[in-house]
Design a binder for this molecule. Structure first.
Ligand code: SAH
Ligand code: SF4
Length: 360
């Protein structure tokens, strides 16, 4: 079967996905065009913004790929003051960013749980309920997810990283705080609690195959997720996975593979929100714009104060270390308008998929 024939099928099978992930540059363009058509039909050319605040790099975990893992002693640990976070939130809201993401390393102390709760309430209060908040604070127990939901968070991002348990285990220490089954269960609890659920994977990991990536796509479809944030894996020299860097695809191939993943997910799940992630931009300057043209409809300007950016490096070459919220918004405005995006400020841009599920 030719790739064009596969692309014209109504339901892409596992074999179709594997074949399409292996498409060459020319064939990939057909895939991107199809994904773009579907995007325009189902979610239009709107582009939604999520201002992301990296509130703390303190983390109890030791994921083998991540630059802020607990055992990386070279990182200066920080925890923004509540007053500082609130100032960032206010500025963002004044700039028209009405949808924000609170992201942190994974912390589970009662004080942390209470703190996030307080910040959620403060954000809701200062905006008369107009700010929409997404959380990305790792695995928590059921009570915590519920408490934060009741305090106003309505979306949660927790990447599965890879849907293949054996590969997951190669990327994490073998102990009970890095359990694949628990991460999966956390995603289920997030969904049951009522959040719009976001997950995602890293693309181009050592040991990862096209078959693994095809299975990741089918996993997201089966989980019936509402949002996805996925991007290339980028090595960080102070992590255990760095020793496998010679197994990696070159960066440009990881980038192309990421675009293919975005396009295929758009074809599989027409009306979800898909982010053009920051890691794409770490490889090529205009990669987020290209992702928009392959099916993404969300972009996440970093609004963390510049003083902390250097200490929140999950991977090398993380962009925007010197670009503040104002500049990054201006750049997004210019660059995305140039490629036909309708930039939607002052809007939550909730997942249409989530809304549809609720009404059917
Ligand atoms: N601690 C939370 C949220 C912060 S980490 C959590 O783990 O869920 C956010 C994401 O950064 C992770 O889910 C992972 O997919 C991504 N990440 C970490 N290290 C990375 C690397 N080296 N390359 C690309 N993405 C990475
Ligand atoms: Fe911590 Fe998240 Fe990094 Fe893992 S990926 S070490 S949980 S910040």
């Amino acid at each position: 079967m030719t790739l064009t024939e596969r692309l014209n099928k109504n339901n892409l099978s596992f074999d179709d996905l594997v074949a399409l992930l292996a498409a060459d540059k020319e064939e990939s363009n057909l895939l991107f065009e199809k994904a773009r058509d579907i995007k325009e039909r189902y979610v239009s050319n709107n582009l939604y913004l999520r201002g992301i605040i990296e509130m703390s790099n303190i983390c109890r975990k030791n994921c083998f790929y991540c630059g802020i893992r607990k055992d990386n002693r070279k990182v200066k640990r920080y925890d923004m003051d509540d007053s500082e976070v609130i100032q960032v939130i206010k500025n963002a809201y004044d700039q028209g960013l009405s949808s924000l993401v609170f992201q942190t390393g994974e912390q589970k102390s009662p004080a942390f749980v209470k703190r996030i709760d307080g910040l959620l309430r403060a954000a809701k209060k200062l905006s008369n309920g107009k700010l929409g908040i997404t959380l990305s604070c790792g695995e928590q127990d059921k009570e915590t997810y519920k408490r934060w939901f009741e305090s106003g968070a309505h979306r949660y991002l927790l990447r599965i990283e890879t849907a293949n348990k054996a590969l997951y285990q190669k990327l994490h220490p073998a102990d009970n705080i890095h359990s694949f089954d628990e991460r999966l269960q956390a995603l289920e609890i997030i969904k049951e609690t009522g959040y719009q659920v976001g997950t995602g994977v890293m693309i181009g990991l050592p040991f990862q195959t096209y078959e693994n990536l095809a299975a990741d796509l089918l996993f997201m479809k089966k989980m019936d997720i509402d949002m996805c944030g996925m991007g290339p894996y980028i090595e960080h020299e102070a992590t255990p996975l760095y020793k496998y860097r010679n197994l990696l695809y070159p960066l440009d191939e990881r980038l192309l593979l990421s675009f293919k993943m975005i396009a295929l997910l758009r074809i599989l799940m027409n009306d979800i929100n898909i982010a053009a992630t920051t890691a794409l931009q770490a490889i090529r300057q205009y990669a987020r714009e290209r992702a928009f043209l392959c099916g993404a409809n969300v972009v996440m300007p970093n609004i963390t104060p510049l003083a902390y950016r250097d200490d929140y490096k999950l991977y090398k070459n993380k962009p925007g270390l010197k670009q503040d919220a104002d500049d990054s918004l201006k750049m997004i405005d210019q660059n995305f308008k140039n490629i036909g995006a309708h930039l939607k400020i002052n809007q939550w841009g909730d997942s249409l998929h989530f809304a549809r599920k609720k009404t059917t």
